[in-house]
Design a protein around this ligand. Structure first.
Ligand code: NAP
Ligand code: HSE
Length: 436
């Protein structure tokens, strides 16, 4: 048994959490492994800022080479974020025979195939549990405990920042901007918060989850992504009146010959478990053919929860190293030669229920015009809400449809948008009912 040596790239929020975990839980880590784990080097651009942790002399460096080419380091943990230089650092570390742990979902979702191919050639591990769902042990659950299941769907509330914002808007009636600032101060938001708000971060995560669940590479450029910045207080209120909550839902579905991978605001019946996931918490709902519906829930972001996921990966690799195992669990959970390249279903082809809010003139015949147009495209109305009260000359008309094809809904809305009585672009929010 030998001490496993670890090097860190990036000493920011998550990097600091990892150092705290290694230091504060040194005893339990040693007891669980049966041998030591040593943080040998930490590289960051800034080695002056006080991060509230004590480090031995010579551990902190500004020289990344001192980590990725260090002769004694077994595992390199990348916590810089972004595409470059993180990708080049990881590829160089792999070429040097280092095992990799990263929390970098953007990099793995967009360039994962290249990194994984390099790691497979070199016979080293790449683990990225912290990239999806913060502290929730979701990837290892799919790859290990649930690996005898076929999965038909995986749905999740996967972005802590946007869930934090939607929750505060729903519960306190808060405005968008101050709640975003609070999430940034708490360390939840990405360096570029548009990744959180516009659904890109959740899209990175559902691309990785779908790949691991369904055994396919996922072309990230084909993932439909829509964020929460257009969600209004009125839509949150109308949703509540009809018994729904709005969540930024990440959706993966497996149709055998093609998959759905998409992220958008979604109305969920208020009684559903996913509708009750609040604040920075994340949850993932999977349906395996043997295990059935399974929900994993926990902190989706933040220093400590994310560090916990990073350290789980570090210790998994440490165990493999000391037992002589090599790539015991395939990086994407399927044998590398069995990974498919399934196409992603076009959005125009998906079928969903829809919430539609029209802003119209308050005059006779408007509802009939809208209903007539929807009817011509085969779209059936399930329920309707016309709240009392005007804003100037305009009134909202809110309709909930039965299941319809997205292409038909888009065509109908384009036609309805031409009517004189329609004053603003129509708000569309997809609705998920059939979670089984
Ligand atoms: P962060 O606080 O911005 O930390 C990144 C650190 O890397 C900063 O200290 C940064 O220094 C440093 N850095 C930047 N370029 C570098 C370079 N070329 N060489 C060495 N160090 C460099 O970010 P974070 O929140 O810890 O996130 C790290 C990763 O974890 C990201 O991939 C993120 O998506 C992921 N993640 C974060 C969370 C979370 O809750 N925060 C949760 C899950 C996953 P400067 O500040 O001086 O630029
Ligand atoms: N910015 C991300 C979030 C961090 O808010 O969920 C965790 O991946």
């Amino acid at each position: 048994m030998r001490t496993i040596k670890v090097g860190l790239l990036g000493f920011g929020t998550v990097g600091t959490g990892v150092v705290k975990n290694v230091q504060r839980n040194a005893t339990v880590i040693q007891k669980r492994l049966g041998y030591g784990l040593e943080l040998v080097r930490i590289a960051d651009l800034d080695v002056e800022t006080d991060r509230g942790v004590e480090l031995g002399a010579g551990v902190l460096t500004t020289d990344v080479e001192d980590v990725i080419s260090h002769p004694e380091i077994d595992i390199v943990v990348e916590l810089i974020g972004g595409y470059e230089p993180a990708k080049s650092f990881i590829l160089k570390a792999i070429a040097n025979g280092k095992h990799i742990v990263t929390a970098n979902k953007a990099l793995m979702a967009v360039h994962g195939d290249e990194i994984i191919a390099a790691a497979n050639r070199q016979g080293v591990s790449v683990m990225f549990e912290a990239a999806v769902g913060g502290g929730i042990p979701i990837l290892s659950s799919i790859k290990e405990n649930l690996c005898s299941n076929e999965f038909n769907s995986v749905l999740g509330v996967l972005n802590g920042t946007s869930n934090f914002i939607l929750t505060k808007m729903t519960e306190d009636g808060s405005d968008f901007a101050p709640v975003l600032r609070e999430a940034q101060e708490l360390g939840y938001a990405e360096a570029d918060p548009t990744f959180d708000i516009e659904g890109i971060d959740a899209a990175h995560k559902i691309a990785l989850l779908s790949a691991i669940c369904f055994g396919t590479s996922v072309d990230f450029g084909q993932v439909y992504t829509e964020g929460i910045s257009q969600i209004s207080a009125a839509d949150i209120r109308f949703a509540a009146q009809m018994g729904y909550k709005i969540k930024l839902l990440a959706i993966g579905k497996n149709h055998g010959d093609q998959i759905e991978v998409r992220v958008h605001p979604t109305m969920l019946p208020g009684t559903y478990q996913l509708a009750g996931i609040n604040g920075v918490f994340n949850a993932v709902r999977l349906i395996g053919d043997f295990v059935g519906p399974t929900l994993l829930y926990g902190s989706g972001a933040g220093m400590d929860a994310t560090a916990s996921a990073v350290m789980g990966d570090v210790m998994a690799i440490a165990r493999d190293l000391n037992s002589g195992a090599q790539l015991r669990v395939p990086i994407m959970g399927y044998s590398a030669d069995q990974v498919q390249s399934l196409p992603i279903k076009a959005m125009s082809e998906i079928v969903s229920y829809y919430y539609l809010r029209f802003t119209t003139l308050d005059r006779p015949g408007v509802l009939a015009e809208i209903a007539g147009c929807l009817g011509r495209y085969g779209i059936s109305i399930q329920s309707m809400l016309q709240p009392e009260g005007h804003e100037g000359d305009s009134v909202p008309i809110v309709l909930m449809t039965h299941e319809a094809k997205e292409e038909d809904v888009s065509n109908a809305l384009a036609e309805i948008g031409q009517l004189d009585s329609i004053l603003q672009p129509t708000c569309l929010i997809r609705v998920e009912h059939d979670l089984d």
